[in-house]
Design a protein around this ligand. Sequence first.
Ligand code: HEC
Ligand code: HEC
Ligand code: HEC
Ligand code: HEC
Ligand code: HEC
Ligand code: HEC
Ligand code: HEC
Length: 506
Amino acid sequence: MLRLYTRQMNGGKGVLMMLLCGWARATAQDASAACATCHREIAAVYRTTPMARTSSRGVVALPKQDATVGPYRLLTAGILQYPGGERKLEFTLGSGSSGHSYLFRRDGYLYQAPVSYYRSMLTFDHSPGYSPERLEMARAVEPACLQCHTTGMQPVAGTQNRFADPPYREDGIGCERCHGSGAAHRKAPRRGNIVNPAKLDPERRDSVCAQCHLTGAARIARTTPGTYQPGGRLSEHLAVFVWTASTGELSATSHYDRLEQSGCKKASGAKLWCGSCHSPHPVKAASYDAACQNCHATKPCTAGKKADCAGCHMPKGPSRTVDHLAFTDHAIPRKPGVPLTEGDKSELVSFWRNTPEVRDLALGYSVVAPTVAAVRPRTLQLLQKAEAENPKDVPVLAQLATFYERMRRGAQAAELTERIYTLDPNHQATLVNLGSERAKQGRLPEAIALWKKALLRNPALTPARVNLAVALYQSGEKEQARRELETALVWDPGSEQAQRLLDEMR
Ligand code: HEC
Ligand code: HEC
Ligand code: HEC
Ligand code: HEC
Ligand code: HEC
Ligand code: HEC
Ligand code: HEC
């Protein structure tokens, strides 16, 4: 017993997706207020839309009586109880069109609650991707999540999920997320000195919505999140990969990929974009039928229909990534009712139609490799090629280390781990893994220091804390080891490993 040092897999993507409810917001906070002073009508319309309301402080859709979901109890006061403790929920993500999910904080570190509200069922259930079996109170909310759902997020550098107070400055998607900085425009208000997405060239225009609505099969950051600004080209900041053939999967962020596959898009190219059918702040009510008729007046529906075009040609289908959810199929199928194709998961291509850099492609494959076995040999080859091109590319080295680890090529994994540490002494998975290497070499004080450092990035990083406890125990610090395990259970009350070790130590 008390031997095993857990390793952390690199790049285990926090499951982005998503949740889901409805009730009014407590306060319509108006932080895009500076724009609203002049653009009053637009601001008033926009404030009521799902995008403007996609995040709020406090808990939206509180149950009218305490709600029980598995081992959890959501109290009417917005407190989530679990066996042995409770947390106050502080933020809500999701406007409620499909649902709400909730966030709680501890010492400034942000976590997602295991219980969400689903509008389709008008009730609470486990959050998407959460296991009903294990108590899950330790899912870190990383900046990417707030980047798509809030404005002006304030992450604390060098941590995985710590944010300043407040974690973000403005509820919802503020004006400047699509219009860029308004500083110059506010001083000299006129057309031409602020981004108007509709006036950008197609690539820059599409980039505005794609920052949040495009994930594809893999989304690889090329710059620090938040660097992209409206008016720029998203492809410089983000590599996005899709399978060569459609996989027909509908998800919260599949609208782009699907639209690309539509007959309309293929035939009309850059002319068709999200804005052809959606206006973020429609001052005059527009109908989807009118949007179709804009292009289809001359070549009408062969079935002779004159209305509800989308009702037949843009059917809703269940999401394959989240239960209880349905999304509109943006591939605009000709024959309604023909099921979506299964597609072919063998080759990834760049969504931007450019030739991707080897390292981006290698990282893209690394995202899908855990679930698509057939691409693993190719992934390894690409990672090795990328590593040869740039032996200092930390994300590539980290993925390669994981591959070697899984292939039981421990020496190579260890060499990479050492190299990553010299390049980025703050790399989270590496802190955990290098600690294990050091512990195996009997260098316990160094191992302990590495794990303590990892825990500053996210105190709920249970593998690091359990390892730390074992190392302390082996160094004779039994009381401290026990205390670390107790702390592990405060941050991650569902950890069976911490509980078991604690029982053994007692
Ligand atoms: C002091 C008043 C004022 C403020 C504050 C202001 N605007 Fe404007 N805005 C204007 C005027 C005036 C125009 C020109 C309208 C016209 O010519 O019809 C304009 C035009 C625009 C346009 C169209 C640009 C184009 O080239 O087509 C956008 C987009 C816009 N504003 C967004 C914003 C946003 C976003 C904010 C907040 C960051 C903001 N404005 C703040 C007065 C203001
Ligand atoms: C900063 C992130 C972000 C950007 C930029 C963004 N969206 Fe959204 N969008 C979201 C989120 C988050 C939701 C889900 C809102 C909710 O909670 O219901 C959403 C919802 C929507 C919806 C469904 C709800 C509705 O209003 O009917 C549409 C349509 C939409 N977005 C279109 C667009 C278009 C078009 C653009 C570009 C002009 C765009 N979005 C840009 C994040 C974004
Ligand atoms: C890449 C951008 C992106 C990221 C990252 C992301 N989301 Fe979303 N999320 C969206 C978009 C876009 C929608 C709207 C989808 C739709 O309506 O089809 C959405 C929808 C939702 C909804 C349902 C909203 C509603 O009522 O319609 C919830 C809840 C949600 N997200 C929570 C989260 C949480 C929690 C995280 C992080 C742990 C997260 N999302 C990460 C873009 C993102
Ligand atoms: C989700 C992206 C998005 C958000 C958020 C957004 N806009 Fe826009 N805005 C657009 C797009 C796209 C256009 C061009 C097409 C259109 O007019 O609908 C536009 C156009 C405009 C225009 C020019 C209208 C004209 O007459 O040409 C103004 C002014 C404007 N927005 C102001 C605002 C203000 C103020 C806010 C915040 C309250 C805001 N926008 C939020 C996407 C957005
Ligand atoms: C920007 C222009 C544009 C818009 C907007 C547009 N389409 Fe199309 N669509 C086209 C073009 C061009 C074609 C291909 C030429 C053709 O088949 O007539 C097409 C083809 C189609 C097809 C046949 C697809 C196939 O695979 O054979 C259907 C069905 C269709 N559109 C329905 C719609 C519906 C429904 C809407 C509105 C929700 C819509 N379109 C909006 C331009 C557009
Ligand atoms: C040809 C018209 C058309 C185009 C182009 C289009 N949409 Fe849609 N979209 C629709 C229709 C119709 C719905 C269903 C609306 C409803 O049910 O109320 C929809 C719904 C949505 C929703 C709500 C969630 C869902 O799946 O039902 C989101 C988010 C969305 N669209 C995003 C986008 C984005 C992002 C783009 C650009 C990549 C885009 N749309 C382009 C017609 C279009
Ligand atoms: C009741 C369901 C229904 C409605 C509503 C509907 N369509 Fe269709 N549409 C069909 C069917 C079925 C076909 C024929 C598919 C086939 O057999 O090829 C079709 C074919 C089409 C085509 C292909 C035309 C061609 O010659 O290639 C277009 C474009 C189209 N529809 C556009 C529209 C538009 C625009 C609207 C709204 C004004 C609309 N449809 C409303 C069911 C519908």
